[in-house]
Design a protein around this ligand. Structure first.
Ligand code: P53
Length: 474
């Protein structure tokens, strides 16, 4: 087994700026869309307020206070043996309003300090440019990614980051889970991805495809900017990979599941191939969608294909044909009787990870990078400050077994494994702190109350052994 992973395999963990930094108004940071999201729960959606409502708690304002704890946190990651740490650059720290022409030096300096701290321990920063946290002003003034101007605005942000950090950061990603908005009926998904708030009468699906197109063009442009600044930079896309299985062996279910997968993953086709797939062009025609897609855009897409494909893997879906061929994520999914779910209803399916790795390899022939995986669970800090999270170890071990099979038996080219929320942080979907993923426990509740002290969980010591043995000792 030790021979499974290539030298330099990137073991580590992943987070996103808005979910842990806190300090939402320090260092000249502007407000981001994440700063407007209230606390929700499994059964109650987070509200997306237009202004900060006094007396309302906004979990991302506090995060886990990483902004003030990062040295201590990086030290703990080094103790686990991390080779890489994925985070995002909060766009609103660099361009507080998004559309300034000059960046905010205090914001840039914060990431210099963070990256230096990581590099001190031999940990590579792996960076996402846009992870659900665009400057709020871009929503208010431009309508988010519904507006073509965002392409130029994003290019400026990307350019500043590549220029400033290219000596410190090799692996970049453009848009986190760009394909979550496939579920265009989910207000939070479209808001997080594209900064769009629907109005009555909007054609949500059409708006989603238009915004995604501008993002895909902006991503392709960023790839070209990065390579022009430093040809050694590796720029990837980032997809939420949820395999979609057919509900039965009925041919209509098979065909429908294929269409569902194509609908969720066409984003990857455009990122990797630089062209829109045939079925989607036909679908646009059938729907009468005259999207703003210019010849110049198509040229940019072709010239800005990604170097690798990064993805998150948490769960699989199962779809059932019910008389229509266009995939509606909000109503076409059914339970899978072979699979159990976590406390938030996410289907736990380790074999699906091997399926994902093979599916993407066959389709795209690119190096793959697992940049999120993990179990959101309730943890309990004991009186002697321990967390016995054997359920988390079981989840991760089961996924690592499948990952190793994909590499050793199936020949998948895999760059690394960066499980999500390696230190407890605010949940993206619910805003809760109690939906925890970490190897490191943070003493803080859903309302930002607690000591903010950090405690290694049992999984911390387990993962340390996994890394030290290069995946042999699970
Ligand atoms: P939370 C939906 C489906 C799969 C992954 O999610 C998702 C989402 C949106 O929440 O998000 C990714 O915190 C995302 C992270 C997020 C993580 O998965 O809702 O990239 O920002 O925290 C886990 O449990």
């Amino acid at each position: 087994m030790t021979k499974t992973f290539k030298d330099g395999f990137l073991w580590g963990g992943a987070v996103a700026a808005h979910q842990l930094e806190g300090a939402y108004q320090e260092g000249g940071k502007g407000l981001s869309i994440a700063d407007m999201m209230t606390l929700g729960s499994r059964d109650q959606a987070r509200e997306l307020t237009d202004e900060i409502v006094p007396g309302t708690y906004y979990p991302n304002h506090v995060g886990n206070d990483f902004y003030h704890h990062y040295k201590e946190d990086v030290k703990l990651m080094a103790e686990m043996g991390f080779k890489a740490f994925r985070t995002s650059i909060a766009w609103s720290r660099i361009f507080p309003n998004g559309d300034e022409t000059a960046p905010n030096e205090a914001g840039l300096a914060f990431y210099d300090d963070l990256f230096d701290e990581l590099l001190k321990y031999g940990i590579q920063p792996v960076i996402t440019l846009s992870h659900f946290e665009m400057p709020l002003n871009l929503v208010k003034k431009y309508g988010g990614w519904a507006n073509r101007d965002l392409i130029t605005i994003f290019a400026r942000f990307a350019h500043v980051c590549f220029e400033r950090y290219h000596d410190k950061v090799k692996y970049w990603m453009t848009f986190n889970e760009i394909n979550n908005q496939t579920n265009y009926e989910s207000d939070i998904s479209v808001y997080e991805n594209s900064g769009i708030k629907f109005k009555a009468g909007d054609d949500k699906q059409k708006l989603m495809y238009q915004a995604a197109h501008y993002e895909l063009v902006a991503s392709a442009q960023a790839v070209q900017i990065a390579h022009a600044i430093d040809p050694s930079l590796q720029v990837g896309c980032m997809l939420a990979f949820c395999p979609i299985y057919p509900a039965s062996s009925k041919p209509e279910d098979i065909l429908f599941a294929q269409r569902a997968m194509d609908s969720r993953l066409y984003f990857g086709d455009v990122h990797v191939n630089g062209t829109y797939p045939n079925w989607l062009q036909a679908y646009f025609t059938e729907k009468g969608y005259d999207l703003d897609i210019t010849d110049r855009d198509l040229e940019i897409l072709k010239k800005g294909t990604v170097d690798y494909v990064a993805f998150s893997y948490y769960m699989s879906f199962t779809a059932k044909y019910s008389g229509h061929w266009d995939y509606r994520e909000y109503s076409d999914l059914v339970a899978n009787p072979y699979i159990k779910s976590n406390d938030w209803g996410w289907a736990i399916d380790p074999v699906g990870l091997r399926y994902a790795l093979n599916w993407m390899t066959t389709r795209w022939h690119k190096p793959l990078f697992i940049v999120e995986n993990g179990l959101g669970a309730y943890d309990k800090l004991t009186a002697d400050k321990q967390v016995h999270d054997d359920y988390r170890i079981d989840y991760l071990r089961d996924h690592l077994v499948q990952m190793e099979k994909a590499v050793a038996d199936d020949g998948v080219d895999l760059l690394g494994y960066l499980p999500w929320g390696c230190i407890d942080l605010v949940s993206a979907s619910t805003g809760e702190m109690k939906k925890r993923y970490g190897f490191i426990y943070v003493d803080e509740d859903d309302y930002g109350r607690g000591s903010f002290k950090r405690y290694p969980k049992d999984s911390f010591y387990w993962y340390k052994k996994v890394i030290a043995s290069n995946g042999a000792n699970l």
